[in-house]
Design a protein around this ligand. Structure first.
Ligand SMILES: *Cc1c(COP(=O)(O)O)cnc(C)c1O
Length: 413
């Protein structure tokens, strides 16, 4: 592969106009959109309007006038087509962690006999997913809720008649490996269990078909590929025929059927609104709402095609430059079997990452020894990939990563 091939790929890229919609610094090659998505310019404009006019001038009347009160459902409705769901099955609220707690507890009590008490997940799922399940087991006691975590390739075998809910993440945050969600859903249902899917590393970067895959519940992130901003609220999905049959434990007033009646007793809403707890974070959610405008006429198949090409070209260049002698690919070799990232094992992964950041290539480090490159098809180009690999080669061949200053550990990696 030569630089002209890269130029051709960029010239034929149907998504090339999207980059101008983002406020990226000129000299930065940002390969970390899987951790914090870049800032869409329209989000800055919306923030200005939301604070100056809506909050500043219209004050409390904005709850009605600008419909702040229905933002969780309106943003949910915009996310729905991106995940293969109906508008009334999705809301935007809280963090993934909190939403997992609500849904796992609802699933355990829905299926709650002492026989069917297990949450089944994989051992290398994202830690917060594991912690929430462990916390629920502690809270309910192991008679009522037993957390079972197995190796990722053992998941299918671990699902049995004692399983209440299978909790899986579609794309593994560390390896980038993609699971066959439809097959897992089928297996869960054969045993009478529910399935809960974490879409943190899939939403906004690949087509997702929750209804078609028969997924019961899902959660996902808006600050990764959906570019909603740091700490932007997450989303939550519940299949429509389960709505009204589940009860989540964080029974806050926004999940009440009529919060402004200020009744003393809790009556849950029968729809997806029941999964809300407290007042929405309006400013953050307005940022998500503005960012989602970018996705309204996007063809997710096209996004996936480019995402697979980006990872493929990156790894081909790594191979071509002989860097596979140093960097060991952890991600699946076939683009179809992975998400929009590549992870490599290297003893000096942390130092390599810091040396790259200093050269304007932003990647990230995941313990114990992985460097992770994330590819965002809306703003990464093939030229970014070419330049990034050149710099990886430069740092590795010069052994610059051995400089002590790159070993200084920061809190957030
Ligand atoms: C990023 C990520 C999260 C983040 O959870 P929050 O509670 O929203 O901070 C959860 N799960 C996975 C798989 C992730 O990648």
């Amino acid at each position: 592969m030569v630089v002209d091939d890269i130029k051709t790929l960029d010239q034929n890229d149907p998504l090339t106009s999207y980059k101008a919609q983002f406020a990226l610094p000129d000299e930065v090659i940002y390969l970390d959109g899987n951790s914090l998505g870049a800032l869409p310019k329209r989000v800055s404009e919306r923030m200005e309007e939301t604070t100056r006019q809506q909050w500043g001038q219209d004050l409390i009347s904005s709850w009605n006038k600008h419909q702040w009160v229905t933002l969780p459902q309106r943003v949910g409705a915009k996310i729905a087509p991106l995940i293969g769901a109906n508008a009334e099955e999705v809301v935007c609220c809280d963090s993934i962690s909190v939403n997992l707690f609500k849904l796992l507890a609802a699933a355990i009590t829905f299926n709650g006999t002492h026989v069917r008490n297990r949450i089944v997940s994989s051992h290398d799922n994202f830690p917060t997913d594991l912690y929430i399940a462990q916390g629920l087991e502690t809270l309910l006691g192991s008679e009522r809720c037993q957390f079972v975590d197995v190796a990722e390739d053992e998941l299918m075998h671990a699902i049995d008649d004692q399983t209440a809910v299978v909790m899986v993440t579609e794309v593994n945050f560390r390896s980038g490996k993609r699971l066959d969600i439809a097959a897992l859903a089928q297996k869960a249902h054969q045993h009478g269990a529910l399935i809960l899917v974490d879409l943190a590393h899939s939403a906004g970067v690949m087509p997702i078909h929750l209804n078609q895959w028969r997924v019961d519940m899902a959660v996902g992130c808006t600050y990764k590929y959906l570019n909603g901003g740091p700490g932007a609220p997450a989303f939550l999905y519940v299949r429509s025929d389960l709505l009204g049959n589940l009860q989540q434990p964080v029974a806050g007033w926004f999940g009440h059927s009529n919060p402004f009646a200020f009744a003393a007793d809790y009556t849950p809403d029968q729809g997806i609104k029941q999964f809300l707890a407290g007042t929405p974070s309006v400013i953050s959610m307005a940022a998500v709402d503005a960012s989602l405008e970018l996705f309204s006429d996007l063809d997710m198949e096209q996004v996936r095609t480019k995402s697979m090409q980006l990872t493929q070209v990156f790894h081909e260049l790594i191979e071509q430059t002989g860097l596979t002698k140093t960097l060991t690919l952890l991600s699946p070799l076939s683009a179809n079997e992975r998400g929009s990232q590549l992870s490599y094992a290297f003893d000096y992964a942390y130092e390599l990452c810091q040396a790259l950041i200093a050269r304007g290539v932003v990647a990230d480090f995941r313990a114990p020894n992985f460097i992770r490159f994330g590819f965002a098809p809306l703003y990464n180009s093939f030229d970014d990939v070419w330049k990034a690999v050149e710099l990886v080669q430069q740092v590795i061949e010069s052994k610059d990563y051995l400089q002590p200053r790159w070993a200084q550990r920061q809190t957030v990696t």
